[in-house]
Design a protein. Structure first.
Lengths: 248, 95
């Protein structure tokens, strides 16, 4: 079997049609392919985020990882991430616009099957949950240990002014949640509460929680990496996308 | 943590970056995911020169224990006569 992919940095139209950087990886195939938007974690548009993007291409998805801090450049990704942290992150509204642009880009490709999912890690997990509520055209969303889905008032900021849990009523696509039971943000009680609200509102969701894992346990370059739990978690992700992006 | 909670303070001093010394105008302090240190969370300080671009930055990522020790060492160093004299000149002794 011949396997190949193309992976490269490109420019896409994000929020307000601003041109932002994005890392784009897709398989070379004649078959229609679904799309996945990869939201990088808080430390930035780093090597691991790009590895994840290529992982989706390897599994047959056209994947794009928009550089959410792109406007704070030019510069190295870690310096730009530091600038983003200094200003309290980027605004939720801008992230919605950037992800909408990424989804439109994926759907405009000649080999697209028309279905697009989103996945995010850490702060990106929260953003993925938010996008499931804010972008009606998304077909599936994966929240990997997104912190502050339930945010107390003292954690609300001008950039993130609304707790995303309050957006749940507008969730318009199936949600997969992956969590470590040793995580402190979100902790078990917060994940329980999120699940209660999803259930109350009749949303299509599935949660998987792992013992012996904390925050960010997929990240192979960090001490929190838990290979056994991560391997199983990735299987859950691909089964979820197979169901909602490939076979639907 | 992903909290985006950052303490920001105006500073006066210099830091040595990769190329050379540069003036510092601000320090951003937070406890969150580091970029390089092999830790899940770290006390991170970015000393920056805001007018010189995103790369004008001296950054440290310390374990919580190391950061606490640094704090103790800084407090100790500031008890010297010279430091107390300089602090007195700014009217901030004992803060």
């Amino acid at each position: 079997m011949y396997e190949a992919m193309i992976a490269e940095t490109i420019g896409i139209n994000g929020n307000n049609r601003d041109v932002i950087q994005a890392y784009y990886a897709r398989p070379i195939t004649a078959s229609p392919v679904p799309g996945v938007i990869v939201l990088h974690h808080m430390p930035g548009w780093d090597e691991w985020s790009k590895e994840v993007t290529r992982k989706f291409a390897y599994h047959g998805y056209a994947a794009i990882c928009p550089h959410l801090y792109s406007r704070l450049g030019p510069g190295r990704w870690d310096d730009v991430a530091a600038a983003a942290r200094a200003q309290g992150g980027v605004s939720d509204a801008q992230v919605v616009g950037d992800a909408s642009g990424a989804a439109a880009f994926l759907r405009s490709q000649p080999d697209a099957n028309g279905r697009v999912g989103v996945i995010g890690f850490c702060s990106g997990g929260r953003q993925s949950y938010m996008l499931a509520c804010k972008i009606p055209s998304l077909n599936a969303a994966v929240d990997c240990w997104g912190g502050r889905v339930i945010a107390p008032p003292d954690q609300l900021t001008p950039q993130q002014p609304v707790p995303v849990i309050e957006m749940t009523k507008d969730m318009n696509c199936p949600l997969l949640g992956i969590f470590g039971n040793d995580d402190m943000n979100p902790d078990v009680a917060q994940v329980n509460r999120t699940e209660e609200i999803l259930k109350e509102l009749g949303k299509d969701y599935e949660f998987h929680r792992y013992d012996g894992a904390g925050h960010g346990f997929f990240a192979v370059d960090r001490p929190g990496y838990r290979p056994e739990q991560a391997v199983d978690g990735w299987k859950k992700v691909f089964a979820f996308y197979e169901k909602h992006l490939v076979r639907s | 943590m992903c909290t985006w909670i950052t303490e920001r303070l105006t500073v006066s001093g210099h830091g040595k970056g990769v190329a050379d010394w540069m003036p510092l105008t601000r320090a951003n302090v937070y406890y969150d995911h580091p970029v390089s240190a092999p830790l899940d969370h770290a006390l991170i300080i970015d000393f920056v020169n805001e007018g010189a671009g995103t790369g004008a930055r001296v950054s440290v990522e310390l374990s919580a224990e190391s950061a606490r020790e640094l704090l103790r060492a800084i407090e100790s160093a500031l008890t010297t006569g010279e430091a107390q004299h300089d602090l007195a000149a700014t009217g901030r002794t004992g803060e």
